[in-house]
Write a new protein. Structure first.
Length: 423
């Protein structure tokens, strides 16, 4: 009898060993970090967590390699209590839910997509960096995810994280250098996370653009010196010029809860598709090309010609999704604080701005406008320029198909000197 029992145990152990070998996984971890939009404040949840847990055979997981989504809190203890009591009254829709669904659809069955949010609402970037409570929790959650995967014998990689922060730096005038602080944050994350998980490759950044310039108390769209544009312009320039940054998109084309500062659940889901497309580029090591971005602006006589990086031509002026704020969101501001744009002409890959006088020494702007204290596609700071990606890529949410276009990043840039003869 003892021999039979021992034999049975050995057979079971052998079966389990073989089963575990067959179930080897690779965990791709792409979390989101920032302030209120990162943690989804006010975005009523439209993702059903039971469905998300079952999505793609359960291949979307949290930092604990489980399916207990929606229990975020900045305090690890409170987050633990929420999880064990199933408290979900402050459980919001996150960009990474939509992102994870697309990634799961485009990766193999031996791949898990690990997602979770971290950050704190109403907080400037200087208070979210290395040594802060939020930063330490971010590292703790990454370490938890790594160790949870290691216990199961699975590989673990963190190719990127999503950055959604900047609103408070726009509106509170902290007097810091946003670009330098964001670059330092990325440097610190790379150093600290690589040490935790033993990864050699760089952790890249999928960067949105914060757009709440009208919520800043001193905002004046005609002011030649406009400090409210520094944060969104820094985000644009890093996406355009820095190899480790990748574009998701600006927030202005979306619906905001009460048109204030937080995009709604449907908008989080739609934005998640753009994040996923950037993440797939990173995973496939494809060319860094996403984001509808201005490359340069030059003047000739009374005209400004703006060239763009266009992910999916042709360029399009869309006044249906986003209402026209006037001149499709473009302005040319003189050193004495006047807007001299008279007409806007779209011509192939360029936008031509016809002015009432020479635009030399002026600044050209896009989506630097809008009603005071309002955000979003109807009345907030906005523009009407997009590409045509949504003609082929859509996302169906609650029975409605949404085109996933790339909308032009908000910008405020100098105009280069005359190009001489018009081409």
């Amino acid at each position: 009898m003892k021999v039979k029992i021992l034999f049975t145990i050995l057979v079971v152990m052998a079966f389990v060993a073989c089963h575990d070998a067959d179930e080897h996984k690779t965990v791709i971890c792409i979390p989101v970090y920032g302030q209120s939009l990162a943690i989804g404040v006010d975005a009523i949840r439209i993702t059903d967590f039971d469905s998300l847990a079952d999505y793609a055979d359960g291949r979307i997981v949290t930092e604990n390699m489980d399916h207990h989504f929606g229990y975020f809190d900045i305090s690890p203890f409170k987050q633990f209590v929420k999880r064990i009591t199933h408290y979900q009254k402050r459980s919001y829709e996150l960009t990474v839910y939509g992102m994870a669904e697309v990634l799961a659809d485009n990766t193999g069955k031996d791949t898990l997509i690990c997602i979770f949010p971290d950050g704190q609402d109403g907080t400037v970037i200087a208070d979210l960096g290395k040594g802060s409570i939020t930063y330490n929790k971010f590292l703790h959650d990454i370490k938890t995810a790594y160790q949870s995967a290691q216990k199961r014998g699975w590989d673990f990689v963190m190719p990127a994280f999503c950055w959604m922060q900047g609103e408070t730096d726009v509106t509170s005038y902290p007097g810091t250098n946003y670009r330098e602080l964001l670059l330092q944050f990325v440097k610190d994350i790379n150093q600290d996370v690589k040490q935790i998980i033993g990864q050699q490759q760089d952790i890249e950044v999928i960067c949105y653009q914060s757009n709440p310039v009208t919520r800043a108390k001193d905002f004046n769209p005609l002011a030649y010196d406009c400090p409210e544009t520094i944060v969104p312009e820094s985000q644009l320039e890093l996406v355009r010029d820095h190899p480790i940054f990748h574009a998701s998109g600006p927030m202005y084309p979306y619906d905001f809860v009460n048109e204030i500062i937080h995009i709604d659940g449907t908008s989080q889901k739609r934005h998640g598709v753009l994040v996923a497309l950037a993440a797939l580029d990173i995973l496939k090591q494809q060319k860094h090309q996403r984001g509808l971005l201005p490359v340069k602006a030059v003047c000739h006589d009374k005209e400004v010609i703006i060239d763009f990086n266009i992910p999916c031509p042709p360029l399009t002026i869309d006044t249906i999704q986003v209402t026209n704020p006037g001149h499709y969101g473009f302005s040319v501001i003189t050193p004495d604080n006047r807007n001299i744009v008279e007409d806007v002409i779209l011509q192939e890959d360029c936008v031509h701005l016809l002015c009432s006088e020479s635009p030399k020494d002026c600044r050209v702007r896009y989506a630097i406008n809008g009603d005071k204290m309002v955000s979003g596609r109807l009345h907030g700071p906005r523009g009407n320029l997009r590409d045509s990606q949504g003609d082929s890529i859509t996302k169906t949410i609650r029975g409605k198909a949404y085109p996933i276009h790339n909308w032009c990043y908000q910008f405020d840039m100098p105009i280069e000197s005359d190009i001489g003869q018009k081409e």
